[in-house]
Design a binder for this molecule. Sequence first.
Ligand SMILES: [Zn+2]
Length: 294
Amino acid sequence: MFNRRPIYFILLILFGGVISFLAIKSKANVELPATLSPAFQLLGKPVKTLDRSLTKLMPISDLDEKKLGDSIALRYESYADEKDPDLIYLRSLISNLTIGKEKRFEYRIFIMDSSVPNAYAMPGGVLFVTKGLLNMVTSEAELVAVLGHEIGHVELSHCMDMVRGELLARKIGASTLGELADLTAAILLRPAFGKNQEDESDQYGYDLLLRENYDPFAMGRTFLKLQEESGGKENAASPIQEYFMTHPYLSHRSEKFSEKARMEEEGKYYLGKKNLKKRTSRYQNEYDQEFITH
Ligand SMILES: [Zn+2]
């Protein structure tokens, strides 16, 4: 009788351990989104069958950016309309704008069926733009300003840092690629980056505009348009929060980059209104009348 007490005590500790282990495990599971439904709502189509490679359990330490990007892209690739002139146009821009990239993967771009002007960047160079953004911009230079900003988030590793930070905070040690793709989309389809990272990406986008000889005023003009759009529309019904719309710094960013553009040396810059209208990138067809002098 006397000797049994330590055994009860040990059993009690073991039992407690199992209970808290289960509690932690279930907590982690609850926090993982069950499906990509918010993202798929944007595409307006039902979820298609999953690829086998997405269901294998993988330790987080093995997760690299390209792998994660591939798994995110896999979810959207089957919805992409390969003959869509918008998509072909965006792909031509992205492949040319990322020629000087440092990341070792190829960028991919998808169109979201949302009328709200916005764009998103995910790890592994997976970019999204909404139909609303394509309707809002009036020149290729303005579109490149937004694309350059998003490329900046990837090249400067903001996206991957954000995902790693979230996985760490949620104490997720291992998961399937499919679940990680869901989680990443859920994290990055809402306002995710801090002001510093936004500033860095703005600068990256602006430098890219200049490097490619696009109109440097396109950056400030695009921020102004985004701000005007946000004033005129009610976005409460949107399944995701719109970063550009909720960001308080748009007018400041517009002024800052218009001022920078005014400081640039006088020169001939490319606008690309006709390119946008015809959905033919400047890299495919350059029009003489699209060069303007500032
Ligand atoms: Zn951003």
